[in-house]
Design a protein around this ligand. Structure first.
Ligand code: AMP
Length: 541
């Protein structure tokens, strides 16, 4: 029909060009492995990204080819985030913390041809190189780590690669549904599964996280993504930053305590994002070694549940607001954000806190429902819980080259993606995860939420972290086993009887772990992206 709007393609090169035209002077700061800071502007970033595109062309990268990265968060990684998709190729961000067999599986499954790796990360790749079937060449990004004298196939230095290229504005015209990026899910069961993001999904997701009721990314922000660039595209933050003109602060390989506190204080970070463990470590650090982190307007926590006690502690001790969010590799990841709605501002502080500890309200363009075992939708009443299913323009429609039929079983015939999370949704539309389907514990024939017990235990004074798994039990069917990590000062005098009484306020006596099922450990084992690794704990029980 005549008179309609333009069919403007939602492709990543358009985001890149915006940066050069609208905020070339804005800064991108990166911590290098020697502790120093590298600073340059979006203008320089733009020029170098064009040069990188030329270099990739000369290396024979064609549309659809997979180009991998094995790197920390840094400006060069950001250049790759844009140069590879702008050529029509696919950026595959490899998780640097994966077990070797999984890494080999993923590289071969994705058929990666080039791997860009940080100098500080060459060793694990050198060990595995002979098993990579399709990799032709490694490009090393010198992050100023000490030289370990390691050699990799066809090794070239990143700076040498782009040095003599010219910055030509030659963007192929791409369909917005072209694949742009890929990540593999951490694979808690079976082989890891590949998720392919399109230009369109990345573009819309970048707009999604910039909406004011979601993360409100804007040109007034200074953003510190501690979430790795290999974990769901760093939650899409580099794309939203380049779209809005936010100043970026990349933390490199120094993610704990002091280096993070210093970056926040010195660069006046306004928005920081990461998994709960990172923020818990920072909180403990700040109790010993003070720093001013009051510039933060929102500390985004996702990937695992943000404990209520931590949300409260940041508020009280630093005046910093934790913004709880939920998502998955398959959902790009943004699904929900726990901002308070207007009407909630008159609620009591305790009720507000409870609401903010939920995973949050669904952002526009993400539709959701919870269903029972037979797939029937359940009401949003805050008490019925069932599997969470979602759909939307940045939710995966299938897995990349699934190994077997089961891999795609999460996608329903009527167009929903089954998340495997068990959740309830309250009458305000706020979702609360009660468990992963496989982490629920069936004790005396009743479902017990491991997450609820963990949250309860973490609210007990003196406990830093808690994880709950089930063990087979003759009487109860399954019984809960509670692993706890005490705060250092409570290491030797945590009162387990008191803990028992404390849990008794929330749980029936037969749900509470026996004293012999409460185990004190030094640290909860974590997965490659920093979540509690319950597989390891289950093996121990
Ligand atoms: P991944 O694909 O590795 O990011 O893992 C996604 C899974 O992490 C989800 O299906 C949830 O089980 C879990 N998850 C993510 N965000 C949260 C959150 N805010 N609270 C609880 N679990 C979360």
């Amino acid at each position: 029909m005549n008179g309609l709007m333009m069919n403007y393609p939602l492709t990543i090169d358009r985001i890149l060009v915006r940066a050069k035209q609208n905020f070339p002077e804005q800064e991108i700061v990166s911590r290098l492995a020697d502790g120093s800071l590298h600073r340059y502007t979006y203008g320089e970033f733009y020029t170098r990204t064009l040069k990188l595109m030329q270099a990739l062309r000369k290396l024979g990268v064609k549309p659809g080819d997979r180009v991998a990265t094995f790197a920390w968060n840094s400006y060069r990684h950001m250049e790759l985030y844009f140069a590879v998709p702008a050529l029509g190729a696919v950026l595959h961000t490899l998780n640097i913390r994966l077990f070797p067999e999984q890494l080999v599986y993923i590289v071969n499954h994705a058929e990666d041809e080039l791997i860009f790796c940080d100098k500080s990360l060459m060793k694990p790749l050198a060990d595995l190189e002979p098993q990579f079937k399709t990799v032709k060449k490694f490009i090393v990004m010198d992050d100023l780590a000490p030289d370990a004298g390691i050699q990799l196939k066809g090794m070239t230095d990143y700076e040498a690669l782009i040095a003599n290229e010219s910055a030509v504005e030659d963007f192929p015209s791409l369909d917005e549904n072209t694949a742009a990026g890929m990540c593999y899910t951490s694979g808690t069961t079976g082989e890891p599964k590949g998720v392919l993001y399109s230009h369109r999904s990345i573009f819309l997701h970048a707009m999604g996280i910039s909406m004011s009721d979601s993360l409100a990314v804007s040109g007034r922000d200074v953003i510190l993504p501690v979430v790795p660039m290999f974990h769901v595209m760093s939650w899409g933050i580099p794309f939203a930053a380049c779209m809005t003109g936010a100043k970026m602060i990349y933390p490199g390989n120094q993610l704990i305590g002091k280096p993070i506190a210093d970056l926040i204080e010195q660069e006046k970070v306004t928005l920081a994002a990461g998994v709960p463990t990172i923020w818990n470590v920072l909180l403990q650090h700040l109790r010993k070694d003070k720093a001013d982190i009051s510039s933060i307007r929102a500390m985004v926590v996702g990937g695992s549940a943000a404990p209520l006690a931590m949300i409260e502690a940041y508020q009280k001790e630093h005046g910093v607001q934790i913004l709880h969010a939920w998502g998955m590799t398959e959902t790009s990841p943004l699904g929900t954000v726990a901002n308070l709605k207007h009407k909630m501002h008159s609620w009591s502080a305790a009720d507000q806190l409870k609401q903010r500890a939920k995973q949050g309200a669904f952002v526009p363009l993400v539709e959701a429902r919870i269903v029972d075992d037979a797939g029937n939708p359940l009401p949003w009443n805050g008490s019925d819980s069932g599997e969470l299913q979602v759909k939307g323009p940045w939710i995966a429609a299938s897995y990349y080259k699934p190994e077997n039929k089961e891999a795609n079983a999460s996608f329903t015939a009527d167009g929903w993606f089954g998340t495997g999370d068990v959740a309830r949704i309250d009458e305000h539309g706020y979702m609360e995860i009660t468990d992963r389907k496989k982490d629920l514990i069936k004790t005396r024939g009743e479902w017990l939420s491991s997450v609820e017990m963990e949250n309860a235990a973490m609210a007990f004074p003196g406990i830093a972290e808690a994880a709950v798994v089930g063990r087979p039990d003759d009487v109860r069917g399954e019984a809960a086993v509670l692993f706890i990590v005490p705060l250092p000062e409570k290491k030797d005098d945590l009162d387990l009887k008191e803990l028992h009484t404390f849990l008794g306020e929330k749980f029936a006596h037969w749900q509470i772990p026996k004293t012999s099922d409460i185990r004190i450990i030094d640290a909860i084992p974590k997965t490659s992206v920093g979540k509690f690794d319950k597989k390891v704990l289950r093996k121990q029980v």
